[in-house]
Design a protein around this ligand. Structure first.
Ligand code: SF4
Length: 169
């Protein structure tokens, strides 16, 4: 039987190649869109619609969790944590074998921090964190995003990152 993995998805463009890599590795994948960091609401909506479009085209099942936290912009450590904790908890409660995140494909994110947090959260939640360095395929993913005509954001997500273009995609 295939191993089931819950994939935290930060946006559609980063999901494209990661999904291919996971399926190629023989995994069954479901997406988990939980990103209370995205500001403002209009931007959140655009990214969500981009994900809807991508899922309609590829058949990737996606679970959407509405924003339910009072989020503080600019604190990447907490921002990664809140998203990974929720993903791990959901994965555990629904019988997945493990979880991972599309944040691991971006050369603009703090890769080692995400890797470490994923490992710690996995231990706490009692479920495997599938660490894969997807970054070598980052530009393949950007090309796929153009092919699918997906919305591509210009900043990471929070209000602080609008000014700095932090984690630009
Ligand atoms: S820059 Fe990105 S990762 Fe850091 S706090 Fe803002 S939205 Fe989160």
């Amino acid at each position: 039987m295939k191993k089931k993995v819950l994939l935290h998805t930060c946006c559609a463009p980063c999901t494209t190649q990661v999904y291919i890599d996971l399926v190629s590795a023989g995994l069954e994948v479901a997406g988990f869109f939980y990103n209370p960091n995205i500001y403002p609401k209009e931007e959140y909506q655009k990214r969500k619609e981009g994900m809807d479009l991508y899922c309609a085209k590829t058949g990737l099942p996606m679970i959407y969790i509405e924003n339910d936290l009072d989020y503080k912009p600019g604190e990447c450590n907490l921002c990664y944590k809140m998203r990974l904790i929720r993903t791990a908890q959901f994965a555990k409660s629904r019988g997945f074998d493990g979880f991972t995140t599309t944040l691991l494909i971006s050369p603009y994110q703090q890769h080692d921090l995400i890797k470490d947090l994923g490992g710690e959260i996995a231990k706490m939640a009692g479920i495997e964190f599938l660490y894969i360095d997807f970054r070598p395929n980052y530009f393949k993913g950007r090309e796929l995003a153009k092919t699918y005509n997906l919305y591509s954001q210009k900043y990471c997500g929070c209000s602080a990152s609008i000014k700095t273009r932090g984690g630009k995609k």
